[in-house]
Write a protein that binds this ligand. Structure first.
Ligand SMILES: [Zn+2]
Ligand SMILES: [Zn+2]
Length: 160
């Protein structure tokens, strides 16, 4: 499998990765998959209200790429709201800048870097910790990629 060349940076992993309408059986729902870069586009542009240039810079992609990304993401989110669907967040050619660890005992959540390994909850001392980035299949790959913030690889506005 060829390595995809263009990676997008996502600030931190989403806390929730599956959504469905109340009271509808899962097998009656069409699945919609929102990729992690599409999620990040919605988070930056709609949740935080950043303009496309700022958001593109944070994800280390061109503004035109960001515009296509947010358009795709908004269409999916609107279909989820209007048609009803099972929406899951997964995949995408991304790495996370930072991780989030959740304690299964006290529900405490803490932001952390990939370099720093936690084995006990700083709040209650529990060892039952959930690695949120790990749930998306990320970890070591992000610590290798995530440190090079802003080394502007190919901001060419490539069309495809
Ligand atoms: Zn705890
Ligand atoms: Zn990664």
């Amino acid at each position: 499998m060829p390595r995809p060349e263009k990676q997008r940076m996502v600030h931190s992993p989403p806390l929730f990765n599956s959504f469905k309408p109340t009271g509808v059986a899962r097998n009656k729902l069409v699945p919609i998959m929102l990729s992690l870069d599409e999620y990040e586009a919605v988070r930056l542009a709609d949740y935080h209200g950043l303009d496309h240039a700022e958001a593109a810079e944070m994800m280390e992609i061109s503004r035109s790429t960001f515009t296509r990304l947010i358009d795709k993401a908004r269409l999916k989110v609107s279909k989820f709201l209007v048609d009803g669907a099972e929406l899951s967040i997964e995949g995408g050619n991304i790495h996370f800048r930072g991780n989030i660890i959740r304690c299964m005992d006290c529900e405490h959540m803490f932001n952390t870097s990939f370099e720093r390994a936690f084995t006990v909850c700083p709040s209650c001392g529990s060892t039952r910790l959930v690695d949120i980035a790990g749930g998306y299949g990320h970890g070591r790959c992000c610590s290798e990629k995530g440190t090079g913030h802003g080394h502007g690889r190919g901001h060419g506005g490539r069309n495809h």
